[in-house]
Design a protein. Structure first.
Lengths: 120, 175, 411
């Protein structure tokens, strides 16, 4: 029952957390003046008219960073239970973690050597 | 059998998130909207994990799927030119793919659910296990010689291979 | 029999008063949620004042001093101004998502507060996976930036959003890797247990490298200098929230201030012993004060850093993360794991809960951390020297009165 209660707390928190930012925004909507016109609503860039479509093509480097992050993220997810149980593991447990992290490091070294970590 | 308590209400809410999100993914024409619907759907799935007393899996669901994969999908969408708005979500093969998807779903229903939870299924009258498996047990099982240490290491190797493959495919080597 | 109704026995109290069990439970939870969620809302008003005051002092100014005593009510005045400011939705914006983004931005930060153990008593939720909850909720933060940048229909917003997401994703790796160390030492993911495990020794002494990594990664996660690239005016104007005005913009700003404070709060909980302090077990409310003081130390250090250091470039930002922080964090995990097993094998592991029982283990871990720090510092120094030689060869420095001799470079 206690465990359920903890999550009920989180559930209620999720249900009402959005109210805190919503109320002032709603208040502003009621209080603030609202007189839109075409110039006011135009896109704010450098002072000149915006050119072309906003949703431009992005370079591949963002995707590579995303992929490297994803691999690390999944590895860390595996490492969390390992770290949690670590005090109850024997030396083999350390060794298993070492091999696991070694492969992770391997991937990082590969990305590094291939210049996949460079921004430009 | 069915009673309206806090848990069943939560289940219904998460089911609505999950199914509504999934429906949104396949019906919207805007790929970014589709990603947001996908996030909603995944969030519902995380809620199911909490209801199943598997909070670790719930956190992983949010961390990996919403925090990483959904963002990766957005990056992938932005890599492609003028793909954020599809002009038409149907193409000439929509009927064929609908039939295949429907058949797969029936296969899943008949092949997986019936033998397990059907009338003659193995799990039909089984009590829910009373053993509480904690994250600590998971950690111990992952590095136990008699349990999952090999899959644990192979998973790491697989992820390394995935990353190397991704870098090879995504980068255009000028040399 | 309890005579006094407080947050801890509210359920029982309501039951005694004849309220139905379900309703009593719900009311207790609601009360707790409102209590926990109001703290950050009240704090953020003062945070902005403190931040402006400290930035002003560093820059030899006075800072806000007109509205209220010491300018304390400046943030209130700002809030009133924002309430009455016209809210502009740019043309071509994706309206629903555009309005959703500031709400998510603020809500995700408030949500982290659900698991903070303020006192030894039970307030909020003490989840068994507390730390992972924090990591998971923090990772939703990237979504708000993505949708704010995308829905504004503005190239700068989109560019800023993508840069910021790349930054947040990258720095999440050392952040989470550094959290593995306290988890390993304490053997728990729950926040309250994490604090209890630090009863005789704070984790900052056992894992200083992890604490520093956590601090640096959090500076980047919260967009604080030297990693405040998301608001680099000279490059991307104001980043992902450029088109927002009025209170929607205010929500992004308030969320950012609060996130920085929340990060300091978590650092205090995970590495500085949370609510531990003298007499805290007799007077639990003192825990709130101790936690506040520890948080203030971390937070104000971050503020002074913010107004002192210049901003890094985006390529330097990425290089710092992937080529320094991530390898150091991985090495740190392995070194700590090895030392913990060695300490265990030679029988130095703490047998009881007092300070001296923890001393040998702490010393071993501390020495291991110092060796790692020294190694990193040595590599950094050599790299810096080599780089300086290359730079000076490419662009010779011209001093009018003291010409540089080639042989003297690098000393």
């Amino acid at each position: 029952m206690a465990v359920v209660n903890e999550w009920a707390f989180i559930g209620v928190f999720f249900a009402i957390a959005w109210v805190f930012p919503f109320v002032p925004i709603l208040g502003a909507r009621l209080l603030a003046p609202h007189k839109p016109n075409a110039i006011k609503q135009s896109t704010y860039e450098c002072g000149v008219e915006t050119v072309g479509d906003t949703w431009v093509q992005f370079k591949v480097q963002y995707y590579i960073y995303g992929l490297i992050f994803l691999v690390f993220d999944v590895e860390i997810v595996f490492l969390f239970p390992w770290a949690l149980a670590y005090s109850q593991l024997d030396f083999f447990g350390f060794f298993a973690g070492l091999v696991f992290v070694f492969f992770l490091f391997d991937a990082l070294v590969y990305a590094w050597r291939k210049d996949a970590l460079e921004w430009v | 059998m069915f009673e309206l308590n806090a848990q069943s209400i939560a289940f219904i809410v998460f089911a609505l998130f999950s199914l509504g999100g999934a429906l949104g993914v396949v019906t919207t024409r805007n790929l970014i909207h589709a990603t947001l619907y996908l996030i909603l759907s995944l969030f519902g799935a995380a809620g199911f994990f909490v209801l199943l007393s598997a909070p670790f899996m719930a956190a992983v669901q949010v961390l990996v799927y919403i925090g990483a994969i959904a963002i990766l999908i957005v990056f992938a969408v932005m890599l492609t030119r003028s793909m954020t708005r599809l002009s038409d979500i149907y193409n000439s093969q929509w009927l064929l793919s609908a039939i295949v998807a429907g058949l797969l779903f029936v296969l899943l229903l008949v092949g997986v659910i019936l033998p397990v939870w059907g009338v003659n299924g193995t799990q039909a009258g089984r009590e829910v296990s009373s053993i509480v498996t904690t994250t600590v047990d998971l950690g111990k099982a992952l590095v136990d010689q008699n349990q999952y240490v090999l899959p644990f290491e192979v998973a790491s190797l697989l992820l390394t291979a995935a990353m190397i493959g991704a870098i090879v495919v995504a980068r255009d080597d000028k040399e | 029999m309890n005579d006094v109704c407080s947050i801890n026995n509210l359920t029982q109290c309501l039951l005694d008063g004849g309220v139905s069990p379900d309703l009593a439970n719900l009311l207790t939870i609601l009360g707790g949620v409102v209590l926990v969620a109001t703290v950050p809302l009240v704090t953020v008003i003062f945070l902005i004042w403190i931040e402006r005051k400290i930035a002003a002092r560093v820059q030899d100014r006075l800072g806000p001093n007109r509205v209220g005593p010491f300018g304390l009510l400046q943030s209130v005045a700002d809030a009133v101004k924002m309430l009455t400011k016209e809210d502009i939705t740019p043309m071509g914006a994706d309206k629903f998502i555009y309005n959703l983004a500031p709400i998510i931005a603020f809500a995700t930060v408030v949500l982290i507060w659900a698991i903070i153990p303020f006192t030894p008593l039970h307030i909020g939720a003490d989840l068994s996976i507390g730390i992972l909850y924090f990591v998971a909720v923090a990772s939703i933060g990237t979504v708000k930036i993505m949708i704010a940048g995308w829905s504004s229909n503005n190239k700068y917003a989109l560019l800023g959003a993508f840069r910021t997401i790349a930054q947040l994703l990258s720095y999440e790796v050392p952040l989470v890797l550094s959290l593995l160390i306290p988890v390993m030492i304490a053997g728990t993911l729950g926040m309250q247990d994490m604090v209890r495990a630090q009863g005789s020794m704070w984790f900052v002494f056992m894992a200083p490298v992890a604490a520093v990594m956590f601090f640096i990664a959090n500076l980047a996660e919260t967009g604080r200098a030297p990693f405040d690239l998301l608001e680099a005016e000279s490059e991307i104007i104001a980043g992902y929230n450029i088109e927002y005005s009025g209170f929607k913009w205010g929500m992004f700003m308030a969320g950012e201030f609060m996130h920085a404070f929340t990060a300091a709060l978590l650092a205090a909980v995970i590495f500085l012993g949370g609510w531990w302090g003298p007499f805290v077990e007799q007077v639990p409310a003192l825990g709130f004060v101790y936690l506040g003081l520890k948080t203030a130390v971390v937070y104000i250090f971050g503020l002074i850093l913010r107004s002192t250091v210049p901003r890094v470039r985006i390529d330097q930002l990425m290089a710092l993360n992937w080529k320094w922080l991530v390898p150091i964090s991985v090495a740190n995990v392995l070194i700590t794991a090895l030392l913990l097993k060695v300490v265990d094998a030679i029988g130095l592991a703490p047998q009881s809960g007092d300070f001296f029982a923890h001393l040998p283990q702490t010393l071993v871990l501390l020495v291991g951390n110092l060796v790692l720090m020294f190694g990193v510092a040595t590599v950094l120094r050599n790299r810096g020297r080599a780089q300086r030689l290359v730079d000076e060869a490419a662009h010779p420095v011209e001093h009018e009165d003291a010409p540089v001799v080639a042989g003297a470079v690098g000393h």
